[in-house]
Design a protein around this ligand. Structure first.
Ligand code: TRP
Ligand code: SF4
Length: 326
């Protein structure tokens, strides 16, 4: 059965393998037999980037080209920009009227971000309301399934509670959405910290094969393997973790044994891993080149998707305004 699927991504520049494995693979699968809406959450980016807004607009094209390169197909899914569908802001406002403050203040993701993001002041009205805006995104399209990472589950729960409260106070107009979680391999950065462009430890979908190898080659391995003749422990080696994601069973076993017995060298091991990783990256790179050569206009794709989204959003807002009697 076809279902409405909706998900958004904040524009933060070029995407890396973490985005690919964690999000894009899922989107791609879902677009095959569902009505998918994937959007650029630029207003959400603004909640944290309000002091350097330039990077938001600059990031949109890069990010959406990465979506297309990864196989997201604008003929199958509707791709749009949140801020170009102002109905999201209107719904956000109406939902904010009925959302009890404690629901927002006790949100674990909110509390964690306030603690961790010390470089910017997030004690703003907009940031507290982040999940209300997200609820508006979701409820606007009657999305049944929302593919998100596990960290977004509290936001999804809030969206459900807000929808129920609205339906109870006024009229049943919203579909209660469900988080769609899938097991995705967790990939660390090449330095074994969280993969992030700002740490410089990310393998980008737009990296050339040479650039990828230049990042793989110096990866830290088991520090006990100083010399080629020293046996290693693959369990503590990030390269082995990558093998587990990209390589076939046979290679993994060969590495497991070879490492422990000093039968293989680290460079050789990295080369094998790199070759398997390239099986994922090369088709993405090829599609990117096709897209660039064919002069497909990302602007046009987003324009078309945004039109479609806007029509659905306006229809929903008519129902919503009616229900609120405003
Ligand atoms: N908060 C999401 C994230 O950081 C992005 C997002 C915004 C979103 N609106 C959404 C995801 C609606 C799913 C549905 O990843
Ligand atoms: Fe890591 Fe492979 Fe070297 Fe073992 S042989 S330490 S798994 S890179």
């Amino acid at each position: 059965m076809r279902q409405r699927v909706l998900s958004g991504m904040r524009p933060s520049g070029k995407l890396h393998l973490g985005h690919y494995l964690g999000v894009l693979v899922n989107w791609k699968k879902l677009q095959e037999d569902n009505d998918c809406f994937f959007f650029v959450a630029d207003w959400h980016a603004l909640t944290t980037e309000y002091e350097r807004t330039g990077i938001i607009r600059e990031s949109i094209d890069d990010m959406v080209i990465d979506w297309l390169a990864a196989g997201i197909d604008p003929k199958k899914a509707t791709l749009f920009i949140q801020s170009r569908v102002p109905q999201h802001a209107e719904l956000h406002l109406l939902l904010s009227m009925i959302t009890p403050l404690p629901w927002l203040e006790r949100n674990p993701t909110y509390k964690e971000q306030l603690r961790e993001q010390t470089t910017r002041d997030l004690h703003t009205y907009g940031f507290l309301g982040y999940p209300v805006l997200q609820a508006a995104d979701i409820l606007m399209y009657d999305a049944a399934l929302v593919p998100v990472g596990i960290d977004q589950v509290p936001h999804l729960e809030l969206a459900r509670e807000i929808a129920r409260r609205f339906d109870f106070l006024y009229k049943e107009v919203f579909t209660i959405p469900q988080a769609y979680l899938t097991e995705t391999p967790k990939i660390m950065g090449t330095d074994n910290r969280k993969m992030s462009k700002t740490y410089g430890n990310a393998i980008l979908l737009s990296d050339t094969a040479e650039e990828v190898w230049a990042k793989v080659k110096p990866m830290v391995t088991d520090p006990a393997r100083v010399r080629r003749s020293d046996p290693g422990n693959p369990e503590i080696c990030n390269v082995f973790a990558y093998h587990r994601i990209f390589s076939d069973r046979e290679t993994i076993e060969k590495v497991n044994v070879g490492c422990r017995t000093a039968g293989i060298g680290c460079i050789e091991c990295k080369k094998w891993m790199y070759e398997h990783m390239e099986k994922v990256l090369a088709p993405v790179r090829e599609r990117r080149n096709q897209i660039l050569e064919s002069r497909v206009s990302v602007r046009d794709i987003l324009e078309e998707g945004t039109e479609r989204a806007r029509a659905i959003a306006e229809k929903k807002m008519k129902e919503v305004r009616d229900a609120v009697r405003i």
